[in-house]
Design a protein around this ligand. Structure first.
Ligand code: MN
Length: 131
C-alpha cells in the first residue's frame, strides 16, 4: 500500500478537479476513476491508502462500490470516505449503515476532509472491524 496515494471516484469533472488539486497541493498523489467499476479496478490494481467515493455514479453507485470493495479480501481494509451532495437524514443513516469511514457533503470542506483522511490513514482500522 502506498500511504500517500488517494483514489478519487467521481464522475463530475469539476468535483474531481477540486479534490485532485486540494490533495496534490497537500502532498498526496491521486488516481481518478469516473465510475464505480473503474474505481474497483484501480483500487485492486494500485491499493491506495484511502478512497474518496462519490455516491451518484454511472453504473454501480458508491454504496454498491463500497460493498464490493469490502467483499474482496484484498481491498476490504482500505478506508473509504463518501463524498456526496445528499443531505437527507435518511440517506445519512444509509451511508453510515453501509460502512463508510466518513461522509463529506458537497460543497466539500477541504480542511475537514483532510483532517478525516489523516486520521484514517494514520489509524486505518479505528472505529471499524477489519477481519
Ligand atoms: Mn456523481
Amino acid at each position: 500500500m502506498r500511504t500517500n496515494l488517494i483514489l478519487i471516484v467521481e464522475d463530475d469533472a469539476n468535483s474531481r478537479k477540486l479534490l485532485r488539486d486540494a490533495l496534490q497541493v497537500t502532498g498526496y498523489e491521486t488516481l481518478e476513476a469516473v465510475s464505480g467499476e473503474q474505481g474497483l479496478s484501480l483500487a485492486a490494481e494500485h491499493m491506495p491508502a484511502l478512497i474518496l467515493m462519490d455516491i451518484q455514479l454511472p453504473g454501480i453507485n458508491g454504496v454498491e462500490s463500497l460493498r464490493r470493495l469490502r467483499a474482496e479480501p484484498a481491498t476490504r481494509a482500505i478506508p473509504v470516505i463518501a463524498v456526496t451532495a445528499s443531505v437527507m437524514n435518511t440517506q445519512r443513516a444509509e451511508f453510515q449503515t453501509a460502512g463508510f469511514d466518513g461522509i463529506e457533503f458537497k460543497p466539500v470542506s477541504v480542511a475537514g476532509l483532510l483532517r478525516r483522511m489523516r486520521e484514517l490513514i494514520d489509524a486505518p482500522n479505528s472505529g471499524r472491524e477489519v477481519p
